[in-house]
Structures are given as C-alpha cells and as structure tokens.
Write a protein that binds this ligand. Structure first.
Ligand SMILES: [Zn+2]
Ligand SMILES: [Zn+2]
Length: 138
C-alpha cells in the first residue's frame, strides 16, 4: 500500500511533510524527534521540531506509531506492526527489534481496577556489536 493511502485510511491528510516523516520512521530504527528533524530538514526547509513532534503525536493518536518509553529523556518511536520486543543497548544507545521473543499479551482487565492498553517488553544490555568491540579492545 502506498504511504498516501496508509495515512488517508487513518483520516490523516497526506501532506508532503507527513509522508516524509512516515517514510523516515518506517525506514529508520526507532528515531527520536531530533533525528527525524536533522535528517529531513534539508529536504523540507519549512520543517521545525515542533512539526515533527506534532506529526508523531498525530501518528500515535491514529494508531500508526507508538512512543517507546525508555529511561533516556527523548522518546523514541516505532512503526506499529507485528508485536515485537526491543533490546536497548546501554553502550551505543541503539534500540533493536527482537522477534525471537513475543511481548506478553495481557487482557485489558487483567489488573483489578485498571484498564491495561498495552504491554511493552524492552530488554537492556549490550548488543552483539558492542560486545565484539569490548572483547577486541581488551
Ligand atoms: Zn550496542
Ligand atoms: Zn521495534
């Protein structure tokens, strides 16, 4: 499906900026607002960080993207597709998709009195590349 149609189907007017941000988000690995802004500002001279933030917020609201909550200050975003876990490397700060492990499916009413909407699974540690580099430098 074309990006234009993906956005239209969710009731989002497919402006050039939105198309570019969606496509960047889909191709990149869990970018922050800042990363998206830095990479698209030349292509879209009118772009501001506020626009990137508002667009991501709209995607989240329309269920096209999700904000990843990690312990660093900047939110990172991911296309909402097949449920998958994440691995956050504390050495290089990259977030990798992990498909070997499925995040737990938790019923909305699993906890008395709460309405659970989503469960995310993020593993933390050292990614293979950083592990190799650590071994080489020792
Ligand atoms: Zn790493
Ligand atoms: Zn992911």
């Amino acid at each position: 499906m074309e990006t234009k149609d993906i956005l239209s189907r969710r009731g989002i007017a497919p402006s050039l900026t939105r198309l570019k941000i969606y496509e960047y988000l889909r191709a990149a690995s869990h970018p922050s607002v800042d990363e998206i802004y830095q990479n698209l500002k030349e292509e879209i001279p009118t772009l501001s960080k506020t626009t990137v933030y508002n667009t991501l917020h709209l995607f989240v609201e329309k269920d096209l993207a999700k904000a990843l909550f990690t312990d660093f200050s900047k939110n990172r975003y991911d296309i909402k597709d097949v449920p998958h876990a994440h691995f956050h490397c504390t050495e290089c700060d990259e977030i990798h998709d992990i498909h070997e492990i499925t995040p737990p499916r938790i019923a909305e009413d699993a906890i008395e009195g709460y309405l659970a909407k989503e469960a995310q699974l993020t593993l933390k540690g050292v990614c293979p590349r950083c592990r190799r580099q650590n071994t080489n430098s020792q």
